[in-house]
Design a protein around this ligand. Structure first.
Ligand SMILES: Cc1cc2nc3c(=O)[nH]c(=O)nc-3n(C[C@H](O)[C@H](O)[C@H](O)COP(=O)(O)OP(=O)(O)OC[C@H]3O[C@@H](n4cnc5c(N)ncnc54)[C@H](O)[C@@H]3O)c2cc1C
Length: 398
């Protein structure tokens, strides 16, 4: 394949940069690193994108999206991460949006699409349950038909941002007959419906993004079923099949590497700059070589994905493993580069600045917290072990 940069992408990149410089206010840029920005920032940034005509950067033009190619979407993501804008609601733009475009009724689209694009609603994903994570098809949350409603009972877990979401897309069991996959359905549920309880789980980074979500006789209109009853597994496979080229989270990796270089140049040990010390330089070179390889692989997977080539599945799983493992190694190297007190002094992105400023305070704030959170990247979106199983199955036709 041709690894020459596409000249069209350079002018596209300029257009994105110009927008970010000219149209995004200063208080929505250079934000401290954080797993996801606070709700009000996510929604404000989405409104700005919408006003500029870019409210759906990942959707095809025929679905009211920008119609950007995958490489263009990657450039957009990279520039937003580099500028430190708020993160976007990936659940809705990259997972639910394509599902609604492909499977929803015109009433469902009319209800949800404008609110999503205009930045009025946040969504969360209710798939995993205690005992049903990798083996998702074993899920037990039950939806029983009662007239023109489903009555939902059960528990979801690890529901990211449920506490600040307006709606949830939910996998439920509507039948226990036949194969376990055949009894699963896909529901859209308003989080304000009586009977829903959200309980926080504090994660290793001492933040609250995760939750347990309980459903106790929650009445959901039948009109909120996406596709037909029992089609939930087919829809989920479609949902999980999107986005192979983004599995490595390349924009974040590039930002981490830029920061690591900056830390190496600024930190000194015994009068010598860290970057000049052979052991640090070697580590940096190795990490950067891996990053370059992942960057090329992302281009390759994006191309295969656009051609609907089946190899994009295998390579997507490889990218997920290599990209998330590299995230962990670069963020560890960042904390190490900050020295003995790195893990403590740069702990939390939203802590008030200390009275005595630390070196690299603005860039490095939240670094320890992020390093800890990255432990989860080899779990969410399908664990590394499960990805290895997928690769083996696809390569060796198991
Ligand atoms: C930070 C974070 C955010 C998340 N956000 C959400 C969310 O918003 N919504 C949601 O629905 N879920 C979410 N999840 C859940 C996530 O999808 C699951 O944690 C993941 O699928 C793994 O499931 P599990 O935790 O039940 O572990 P298990 O599936 O029980 O796995 C336990 C261990 O067994 C291994 N294992 C399991 N099956 C196999 C196999 N077939 N072959 C080899 N090894 C195997 C796993 O690799 C793992 O090491 C999130 C998880 C995390 C960590």
């Amino acid at each position: 394949m041709d690894f020459q940069p596409d000249p069209g992408l350079a002018s596209f990149r300029q257009e994105i940069r110009h927008f970010l410089e000219q149209h995004v206010p200063a208080d929505l840029k250079g934000l401290p690193r954080s797993t996801r920005s606070p709700r009000h920032q996510v929604l404000r940034f989405q409104k700005l994108l919408h006003e500029h005509g870019w409210g759906a950067p990942y959707w095809a033009a025929e679905h009211g999206g920008n119609g950007w190619s995958l490489p263009e979407q990657l450039v957009f993501d990279e520039e937003c991460v580099a500028a430190g804008t708020p993160t976007q609601d990936g659940f809705v733009h990259k997972l639910l949006g394509p599902v609604l475009n492909a499977f929803a009724t015109s009433e469902q689209k009319a209800e949800h699409m404008p609110a999503i694009v205009q930045g009025e609603r946040l969504w969360c994903q209710g798939f995993s349950e205690p005992g049903s994570g990798s083996d998702l098809a074993s899920l037990k949350t039950r939806a029983t038909r009662d007239g023109d409603h489903y009555v939902v009972n059960g528990q979801k877990i690890w529901t990211s941002y449920a506490h600040e979401s307006d709606w949830i897309f939910l996998l439920v069991r509507t039948s226990t007959e036949g194969k376990k996959q055949a009894g699963i359905s896909f529901l859209l549920v308003d989080m304000k419906t009586p009977g829903i309880t959200v309980r926080p789980i504090r994660s290793i980074d001492d933040c609250h993004h995760l939750n347990e979500t309980f459903f106790n006789d929650v009445r959901v209109p039948v009109g909120n079923l996406v596709g037909e009853e029992g089609a939930g597994w087919r829809i989920t496979k479609f949902l999980l099949n999107n986005e192979h080229s983004t599995a490595a989270e390349l924009p974040a990796l590039k930002r981490y590497m830029r920061e690591l270089l900056q830390f190496g140049a600024a930190q000194r040990i015994g009068g010598q700059r860290l970057i000049e010390r052979p052991e640090f330089a070697l580590k940096l070179t190795r990490l950067d070589a891996e990053l370059q390889a992942i960057g090329m692989m992302v281009q390759r997977v994006a191309k295969l994905e656009m051609e609907h080539h089946p190899d994009s599945l295998t390579l997507g799983s490889m990218l997920k493993i290599r990209g998330t493992e590299l995230q962990q190694r670069i963020t560890e190297a960042q904390v190490e580069a900050l020295g003995d007190y790195g893990a403590v002094a740069y702990a939390h992105p939203h802590d008030p600045a200390p009275d005595e400023p630390y070196p690299l305070q603005d860039t490095a704030r939240g670094i320890a917290n992020d390093m800890f959170f990255r432990r989860a990247s080899t779990i969410y979106g399908g664990t590394s072990e499960v990805q290895r199983g997928i690769i083996a199955k696809l390569l060796f036709q198991l």
